[in-house]
Design a protein. Structure first.
Length: 587
């Protein structure tokens, strides 16, 4: 005779299980979100007014870790109470099998697995992105708050700025600019560092101004007079007024206006953990959508474009003795040299100096004339100069960098501090005179007027790598190195996407197994204390999550070989649960 389904018992177990599960998950998530917000608040990265927002953003991401343990804990307590009250024994004596008694736990685990996978694929990546944006994309916190605490701020990789105080002047209601914020710095000091962290150049000013400009991502691309490239993101402009600059060479001083334009990088967009499953698939097809892939891609494109650009410059020098450029802020720059010489792999294409002009005299030199506007100009003469692809991968494709050595400046003082890689060229300087020489000065992002070249933006990563193989020059190892770096980064991205996909799947499956493990151990150890029973399921479950996390990192580093560890913990927990259930079924 077939027994009817124990619907009443299932309903009672399910009600108790879900009540305890939701209560436990709510407590764990609230405590976890609060702990998550403590460190950013203590470090001053977010203010007290944003701590509540940060905690709200962190509620759902915390479910990814809280739900499995909360479900296992709830299943352990509910089934242990039923076993301790002999209700399980009575049901078993009435013909209800242990398998049938575990159906509520299995159903809850299955629902939680589906919910957890849906959250990890949609809501959790978006909320993690919002949390990261709250921490990193508020330029006021990143720049103004550290100054008020007496700390230095960093522009790019090499430029640091310190100020004694910062104030916010009242906004001009007639300006019509609602997207910019303006601050005044007193006692400002900007220093440029080399790769070893040593000071290369410094500039001090009694007064400096900071503009923080937020641009609308839907607005068309356009640059304003400050060199701000509109079209999305946050741009910070720092202008040192009447700055006194000093090169690391002794005795080289000048007075000018130095301007640093810095685009706040979009950190949260270049990590696969912020992407849904569909976006991960799209990123596999177009890896250049990730910022850290696009940078080496643009570097390789710039190196491939370099020869075409240099050929156009060489033709202009041969025909007219000069070449015209436009820098990122729209200023006209004229280069006078005899011709383009051989390639120095370490520095670039050497420029041959022209014979000295009769009205100038002195040794042969390369001359660079910069039109500063309003009838002002700056002339720089260098003993040596080199053309090369821009060292910063943020420069527009098809542009060139000009490196000058042993530079003398006439008419506008020494050049201002070099800008970070994310920045366009500085604004103009008022006329002044320079004492001494600068040992080195670089100008980047120069667009030749007559160059015809590929932009690089329309090249996918596979097409660009194929082009690099076709155009590789054995005498120039730079292209080969850039192509190898792009391949390495792309392979790393594909491995990380693989690891993220399997991590989400494994975490969802583990949630189901953890619920069943807690229920089975509660029935097996009915005479033990609830905490001891929970430890018998909690410790294996913890090992499973550690195995998933370690397997994800291993897969990211070495590829599909790491999947054995990633899924091995889930398989081990499932086998452990099955073995304990078979021991239970024998009694």
């Amino acid at each position: 005779m077939r027994l009817p389904r124990p619907a009443t018992l299932w309903r009672a177990i399910s009600i108790d299980l879900w009540k305890l599960l939701l209560l436990t998950a709510a407590v764990v998530v609230a405590v976890g979100a609060f702990a998550l917000a403590l460190r950013p608040v203590a470090e001053g990265r977010i203010g007290p007014e944003d701590a509540a927002r940060f905690m709200l953003f962190g509620l759902l991401p915390m479910l990814q870790y809280a739900l499995p343990f909360a479900a296992g804990f709830a299943a352990t307590l509910v089934y242990h109470r039923l076993a301790g009250d002999n209700e399980i024994l009575a049901a078993h004596a009435g013909g209800i099998s242990h398998r049938a008694l575990l159906i509520p736990a299995g159903g809850a685990g299955l629902v939680l697995s589906v919910v957890l996978f849906a959250l990890s694929d949609t809501a959790i990546p978006r909320l993690l992105r919002s949390m990261e944006e709250l921490l990193t994309q508020d330029a006021v916190r990143l720049i103004i708050t550290p100054i008020r605490r007496g700390e230095s701020i960093q522009f790019g990789q090499r430029v640091q700025v310190h100020a004694d105080d910062v104030a916010s002047p009242p906004r001009d209601p007639t300006s019509g600019d609602t997207a910019s914020e303006r601050y005044v710095l007193t006692g400002a000091l900007a220093v440029e560092l080399d790769d070893q962290g040593r000071v290369v150049r410094e500039a001090a000013a009694r007064t400096a101004y900071i503009w923080i400009h937020r641009t609308d991502p839907t607005s068309p691309q356009a640059s304003d007079s400050l060199g701000i490239q509109r079209g999305g993101g946050t741009t910070v402009v720092l202008r040192l007024q009447d700055a006194t600059s000093r090169d690391k060479e002794p005795g080289v001083r000048a007075v000018d206006d130095s301007t640093i334009v810095y685009r706040v990088p979009n950190f949260f967009s270049d990590d696969p953990k912020f992407l849904s499953w569909r976006e991960l698939n799209q990123t596999e097809r177009r890896p250049e959508s990730m910022n850290w892939i696009d940078r080496p891609r643009r570097t390789l494109a710039a190196l491939l474009d370099e020869r075409a650009v240099v050929a156009a410059i060489s033709e202009a020098l041969a025909q007219r003795g000069r070449a015209e450029f436009t820098d990122p802020s729209g200023r006209a720059i004229t280069l006078r040299a005899a011709r383009v010489g051989d390639l120095d792999p370490a520095k670039g294409w050497a420029l041959q100096p022209t014979a000295p002009r009769s009205d100038v005299g002195g040794p042969a030199s390369i001359e660079v004339l910069t039109d500063l506007g309003a009838g002002r100009a700056r002339t720089q003469r260098a003993r040596r100069a080199y053309l090369a692809a821009p060292a910063d991968d943020a420069s527009p494709p098809g542009t060139i960098a000009l490196r000058l050595e042993e530079v003398s400046t006439i008419g506008a003082g020494s050049a201002p501090l070099p800008l970070p890689a994310e920045s366009p060229a500085p604004a103009g300087s008022p006329p002044t005179q320079t004492a001494g020489q600068l040992r080195e000065w670089s100008m980047t992002g120069l667009a030749p007027s007559l160059a015809r070249h590929n932009t690089g933006d329309d090249w996918s990563v596979p097409a660009l790598l194929a082009r690099a193989e076709r155009e590789a020059d054995p005498a120039d190892a730079r292209i080969a190195r850039a192509a190898a770096e792009l391949r390495r980064q792309t392979a790393s991205l594909h491995r990380e996407i693989l690891s993220k996909k399997h991590e989400r799947l494994a975490a969802s499956v583990a949630c189901l197994v953890m619920v069943l493990c807690g229920a089975v151990m509660a029935l097996r150890l009915r005479d033990s204390l609830p905490l001891a029973v929970y430890l018998w399921s909690f410790l294996p479950a913890l090992g499973t999550l550690l195995s998933i996390s370690g397997g994800q990192r291993l897969t990211h580093q070495y590829g599909s070989a790491g999947l054995a560890l990633l899924w091995g913990g889930v398989a081990a927990l499932a086998l452990y649960t099955l073995a304990e259930f078979r021991r239970l079924a024998r009694h």
